[in-house]
Ligand binder design. Structure first.
Ligand SMILES: [Zn+2]
Length: 283
């Protein structure tokens, strides 16, 4: 049965992170409260095809008589529309094994993406019957999630790689997972420090009064820019230290938020973001 939860381990950030990636996103009603219990640690992404070009997000939320929904966290339609269906655990993986997953436990450790696609056949060449819009949405959503988890694309796998032997699964059909992973990696960009980048939310404490956003000027903004440039050179290395919170600063703030677990990606430095980056306060 679906149940209400508010556990920090669930990917409550899915909608924000996907939207920030520029995809067309639909939030399926009730997604934040849908799931078969809570995630354990999220280790990556698992890609599927539904087996039918017309399978809807609603059918993924609802499930089947023999398998109640949600059947995955995300659904990608053939026109590229991504629907967030659930925040909790979904029945998408079943039994199987993969090196960075505990055997038969992928549902509790991976975010499932169901793509409305027949799959064509187990031997069809890469991207046969995969519209550009759908494939692009798949690449972007996997990149957004992997980046959020501070992981490279090796943490995206196909159902067939996990459950090919155990269940005879061949989805996603007509997807060469190595090519998909290289496309995802190109979209992720560089992850310089996979182990250290994500961190849990920290108490806001002395940062309760901090509120910096586009248009604000002054020494505190200069300090923000200096820390972003010096501490996150791989995406803020060319930030100009001028004390003016402009588009470049906002983009760097968003990138910091995107890469930090528990932060809303809004480009605004409030108490939580300031605390997460240990912003040095300037009086
Ligand atoms: Zn599958």
């Amino acid at each position: 049965m679906p149940q209400t939860r508010r556990w920090v381990g669930d990917p409550v950030w899915l909608a924000d992170v996907l939207r920030a990636e520029g995809v067309r996103l639909v939030e399926y009603p009730g997604w934040r409260d849908r799931g078969h219990g809570d995630f354990k640690d999220i280790r990556g992404v698992m890609v599927h095809h539904t087996g039918s070009d017309n399978a809807s997000a609603a059918s993924i939320a609802r499930g089947r008589p023999d398998l109640p929904g949600p059947l995955s966290q995300l659904h990608i339609a053939r026109d590229g529309t991504i629907t967030v269906v659930a925040v909790g655990v979904a029945w998408h993986a079943g039994v199987g094994m993969y090196p960075w997953l505990p055997t038969n436990m992928a549902n509790w450790h991976t975010i499932g993406i169901e793509c409305a696609n027949s799959g064509t056949s187990p031997t069809a060449p890469h991207r046969t019957h995969w519209p550009d819009a759908q494939y692009d949405a798949l690449v972007r959503s996997c990149a957004a999630i992997n980046r959020r988890l501070a992981q490279n694309s090796s943490r995206t796998i196909g159902h067939k790689e996990y459950a090919g032997r155990a269940q005879g699964k061949w989805d996603p059909g007509a997807i060469d997972m190595d090519i998909l992973r290289s496309d995802i990696q190109a979209a992720i960009g560089t992850i310089p420090d996979p182990a250290a980048t994500p961190r849990p939310p920290v108490p806001v404490g002395k940062y309760a009064e901090v509120l910096l956003f586009r248009g604000v000027e002054g020494p505190q903004v200069a300090q923000l820019q200096r820390q972003l440039r010096d501490e996150y050179p791989y995406y803020a290395g060319d930030l100009v230290i001028d004390g003016v919170f402009g588009p470049q600063t906002e983009a760097a703030v968003r990138e910091f938020q995107r890469r930090t677990r528990g932060l809303k990606v809004d480009g605004v430095v409030g108490p939580a973001t300031a605390a997460a980056m240990n912003l040095r306060l300037v009086s």
